[in-house]
Design a binder for this molecule. Sequence first.
Ligand code: GTP
Length: 582
Amino acid sequence: QENSFIKGFEEFQKTESQIHYADSIRTANRALFNRLVAELKLKQGTLTVKQNLYLTYFMGYQKAIAGEIKAAIALLDKVIEQDEYQFVKYRAIITKVTIHSTSKNYTQGFLVLNNLLPELKVLEDKIIYPEALFAVASFYNRLSIYHLSQQYTQQLLDTKPSPRYVCLANMLYVESMFFLKELTMEKIDNAWVAQCQAIGENMAANFIHVIIAEFYLNENKPELALELLLQHLQSVKSTQYYLLISRFNSFIAQAYYALGNYRLAERYALMVIDKIAENHSSLSIVRASKILYQLNKDKGDLTKALSFHELYTIHDKLYNDDLNKRSFTYQIAEDNNREKNNQLIILFEQNKNLKLERTLHERTREKDQLLILSLMLIVAILAYWTYKSKLTQRKLKKMAEYDELTGILNRRCFNELADTAIKYCRQSGQPISLILFDLDEFKAINDTYGHQVGDWVLKNTIMTCQKLCRKNDIFGRFGGEEFTILLPGCDNDKAFELAESCRTVISEISTLETGYDFKISASFGICSSENGSYSLNEIVKAADEAMYHAKSSGRNRVSIYGIDMHNTAEEPCLNETVTTVE
Ligand SMILES: Nc1nc2c(ncn2[C@@H]2O[C@H](COP(=O)(O)OP(=O)(O)OP(=O)(O)O)[C@@H](O)[C@H]2O)c(=O)[nH]1
C-alpha cells in the first residue's frame, strides 16, 4: 500500500514537473512543447482538476498558434470560467487578449481586457503580474494607444521584473516614445538593446533598432538609419521573421532613396514585394510599393509605375482599414476610461429606481449589458461615420483625377501624366504626338435638344474614341467639349491615322437612343515632337492652332500643325517643315 502511494506521488510529481517544463518552453521550443502536451493527453483520466486545467490551457494555446481561433477561445474560456485556480485562469485571459489582438479582433480583445484591468491591482503573483502588465501594454501598443501602452509599460518596469520583461518593456517603451514624438537623439540609450542582447532576445533588440532607424529617417538622417539597419541586417535575417525582415528592407530602401542611390533602393524595395505572401498586408509593402512607383515614374516606365501604384493603393487601403478598426477600439477605450464621468453614468442614474429593486448581482450584470450595448452603439456610429468619410474621401480622390461626366482624366491629372510621358520620350529619343479635338456646333446641339442630350453626346463620343486608343495613350478632357489624346511613341502619321479613325466613328454615332436623329462631328488638330519641341505647352498650343485651322476650313476634319496653316496661324512657331496630310 505504501509502495502504491509512493508510486502515485511520484507520478503526480512527474506530471507537475512536465506541466511546469511545458509551460516554460512554450514559446522557445514548440516541438518539445507539443510532445509534452501529447504525453499529458494520454494520461488525461488520471490528472487532478488543476492539472487538467493546465492541459486545457495548453491545448487552447496550441490551437491559437495553429490559427484555429474559435477552437482556441472555446478551450481558454473553459479555464477562465472557473475561479479556484487563479494562476492558470489569468494565464488563459492573457492568452485570449493576445489572440484577439494578433487576429485583429480588437473590440473582443478590449472586452476581455476590460475584465482583466480591475483585477490587475489585486494580482500579487510575481509571475502573473508582470506577464499581465506586458499583455495589456502590448495590446494598447498594437492598438496604437501609445499613452496607455506607456503607462502600463512603466508599471511593468516598476515591478522590477525579470531581465526578459525589462527588455520587452523597453521595446514597447521606445515604440510609444517614438509615436508620441517624445523620442529625441539625446534620449536614445544603448542599454535598451544591450539588455535584450545579453539574454539572447534577438527579435526585441532588432525591433528597437528598426524603431530608432525610422526615427532617424523622420529626422532627415538617412545615413544614420542606413548604417544602423545594415549593421543588424544579418542578425534580423537569422530570426526568419518576415514581418521584421521586411520592415528592415523597406526602411533600407527608403534610406537609399533619400540618399539618391536608386539602384539599391529598388533592390531592397523589391525584396519586400517578393515576400508579399509572408507579409499579407503591412506598412512595409505600402512603403516599398510607393518607392517602386516613384522610381519607375522617375525612370518613365509608366507601365511598371502604374502596376506598383495599384499595389500601393491596395495595401494602403488594407492598412488604413486596419487603422480605422484600431481607432474604433481606441474610442471605446477612451470612453471606458471616462466611464465614471461620462454619459453612461447618467443612464445608470436614470435607471436607479428600477435597479434598487434588484439584487447586487443583477445590477452588475445589467450595468455590464448596458455598457456593452452602449459600446456597440458607439462602434456602430463610428463604423458608419468612418464608412461615410471613406466613401467621401474616395469620391473626392476620384473627382480630383477624373472627369465626372466622361470618366477620363481631368486636365490637371492629364498634365501630370503627360509631363512624365513627354520626359520619357525625350530621354529615350522617341516621338510623341498630341491630338486635340472639339465637337462641332455643340452649342446648337445643347440649344436644340437640351443639355441632357448634350451630355449623352459627350459621353458617347468619348466611349467610342476610347475603344480606338492603345493602353499607353493618355486621354483627357480639357474642358467643355474639348478633348485631348497624347500618344507616346507616335509620330504625326500615326496620330493622323488615329484622329481620322476617331473622326469617322464620331460621324457614324447613331443618336436615335436620345429620341432625336442628328449628326455629330468633331474637328481635330495634331502636333508632334517632330516639330522640334518636347514642351507640353508648346505642343498643346500648336495642336490648338491646327484644330482651329480645321474648324475654319469647314469643320469635321483633321489638320496637322504646320500643314497649309499659314492663312490661319500667324507663324508656325516650332518648325517650318510641312509634313504630309491626307
Ligand atoms: N451638355 C453639356 N454642354 C457643355 C458641357 N461643357 C460645355 N458645354 C457647352 O458646350 C458649348 C460649346 O459651345 P461653343 O464653344 O460655342 O462651340 P460650338 O458650338 O461647339 O462651336 P464650334 O466649336 O465653333 O464648332 C457651350 O454651349 C457650353 O455650354 C457639358 O459638360 N455638357
